[in-house]
Design a protein around this ligand. Structure first.
Ligand code: NAI
Ligand code: MG
Length: 499
């Protein structure tokens, strides 16, 4: 465990990863009921980073019971103003520990520290603050009703938005802390209680967040954190008969398993799944901005973004220039361990992801694709792969149709807006899309036709706590962030009184 002796690391981080990560249930930290643990790895070296309690069915059941008790107890009785203050306090604490969380995130996930510092942690802080404000603004409406079969009668009818109840949340490893915030923020603002299961590749920041949740003063059992494997802890949570709603971010494949598991008690389900997002560059764009934008659309977070701009469509007349520009940028990216200050791209999160991405590269090459940048894994230590640009691809190839979830973009020429739209939309996913042009009407005409939950015009990967995010088609159900996310965590009750 080389990290534990690193002289440059914050002592709090070293201390934290040196302890076995525990399970938070009903405000108390414990081992797993089975006593089992699992290892989380440092993807920059492949070495074991920390050991964490492996929660399973029994722990999930205890956590759900604690969440139910808190929902029916002190949390349910708390004023919305007090609830908002607690969420705000959590944001303050997280901000005070920004450096510690950024380091943990980089160690566990591999992403550059510079990114964890300016993106992951501040976005999580901002999300909690945004949601804290909503706690006091969850309103219903008064509705004039006519009731044709009750002539002359007078009614007062109104709606209330009530919390759904006990919510299970299962999150992935690409933005471990931020995904915890996206899930916890709206659930808590609307008054639910939670059992959160972080990804087994990256459980550390969620466990540390659990400590801050306790420190902030949330009543016991409001947030329970159960690290563990997907097939055991995750499956038990999604099938649990006393969970009212399950929120999931991850693969489309597991999204389907979650749906099946949820069928037992027909719990509500929201899903944020895969993507294969088209990024369309027109000849009348600001080409310098489009090249930079196309490169960061795919290479940000090493391509491990559900909304990565992985299908780059370029108008024929500027195809060669844009491919050359993006390829040059790809070649210049400094790939290395996330903790090194000049690193721009870190390792992929796991050996499994490295093998998956390399498998896609092989499949592309075997079908005739050519790399104008990158194309292979780097070295034998850690899970590094070169930022890659593929050309000579065909619409039906796996590398064009399937989510690679790595720093690999396919560049494809097109003739005009009418011909690119059907191709851009011909994919099972519909999470995001990008458009680069100076022609405002064309931009909005194309935006209207794209079947995607987010469309970025002359920008890419712009996220904000106020902006809803989620997918069309097989990219998911429901929206996260923004006002829309509150709907996923509330039930509408209609109350009707005869006066
Ligand atoms: P995954 O979908 O298996 O993992 C995501 C979460 O689901 C983790 O917390 C995991 O423990 C949990 N999980 C796994 N199996 C489960 C089950 N049977 N029941 C309940 N929960 C379960 O994703 P994985 O295997 O880590 O990555 C595979 C691919 O999924 C990636 O290559 C990428 O294409 C996609 N993915 C998409 C993400 C997104 O942001 N939409 C995030 C992570 C992965
Ligand atoms: Mg999996």
């Amino acid at each position: 465990m080389g990290i534990a002796t690193s002289p440059t690391l914050d002592a709090r981080v070293i201390n934290f990863i040196g302890r076995t990560g525990k399970i938070l249930i009903d405000g108390k930290w414990s081992e797993a009921a089975s006593g089992k643990t699992f290892d989380t790895y440092n993807p920059a070296t492949g070495e074991i980073l920390a050991r964490v309690a492996a929660g399973d069915r029994i722990d999930i059941d205890r956590a759900v019971k604690a969440a139910r008790k808190a929902f029916e107890g002190p949390w349910g009785r708390m004023t919305s103003s007090d609830r908002g203050k607690l969420i705000w306090k959590l944001a303050d604490l997280l901000e005070q520990h920004l450096e510690e969380f950024a380091t943990l995130e980089t160690l566990d996930n591999g992403k550059p520290l510079t990114i964890s510092r300016v993106a992951d942690v501040p976005l999580a802080v901002d999300l909690f603050r945004y949601m804290a404000g909503w706690a006091t603004k969850i309103e219903g409406t008064t509705i004039p009703i006519s009731v044709p079969y009750a002539p002359g009668a007078k009614f007062l009818a109104y709606t209330k938005r009530e919390p759904v109840g006990v919510v299970g949340q299962i999150i992935p490893w690409n933005f471990p802390l931020l995904m915890a915030a996206w899930k916890l923020g709206p659930a808590l603002a609307t008054g639910n209680t939670v059992v959160l299961k972080p990804a087994e590749q990256t459980p550390l920041s969620a466990i540390r967040l659990g400590e801050l949740i306790t420190e902030a003063g949330f009543p016991e059992g409001v947030v329970n954190i159960v690290p563990g494997l997907g097939e055991t802890a995750g499956a038990a949570l999604s099938a649990h008969p006393d969970v009212d709603k399950i929120a999931f971010t991850g693969s489309t494949e597991v999204g389907r398993l979650i749906l099946q598991a949820a069928a037992g008690n027909l719990k509500k389900v929201s899903l944020e799944l895969g993507g294969k997002s088209p990024n369309i560059v027109f000849a009348d764009s600001d080409m310098k901005a489009a090249i930079g934008g196309a490169a960061s659309a795919i290479f940000f977070n090493h391509g491990q973004c559900c909304c990565a701009g992985s299908r780059l469509y370029i108008e024929q007349s500027i195809f060669d220039q844009v491919v050359e520009g993006v390829s040059n940028q790809a070649k210049k990216i400094k790939v290395g361990p996330g903790l090194e200050p000049d690193t721009q791209m870190g390792p992929l999160v796991s050996k499994e992801q490295l093998d998956r991405v390399c498998g896609y590269l092989e499949s592309g090459f075997s079908e005739g694709a050519k790399a104008t940048a990158g194309g292979k894994k780097i070295g034998n230590q850690g899970y590094f792969v070169e930022p890659t640009v593929l050309v000579n691809t065909d619409h039906k190839m796996k590398v064009v149709q399937e989510e690679i979830f790595g720093p690999v973009v396919t560049a494809i020429p097109f003739k005009d807006a009418d011909s690119v739209l059907p191709i851009a939309n011909d994919n099972i996913y519909g999470l995001a899309a990008g458009i680069w042009t100076k022609d405002i009407s064309k931009a909005h005409r194309v935006a209207e036709k794209l079947r995607a939950g987010t469309v970025w015009i002359n920008c890419y990967n712009i996220f904000d706590a106020a902006l809803p995010f989620g997918g069309y088609k097989q990219s998911g159900w429901g929206r996260e962030m923004g006002k829309d996310s509150l709907e996923l965590y509330t039930e509408v009750k209609a109350v009707c009184t005869m006066l």
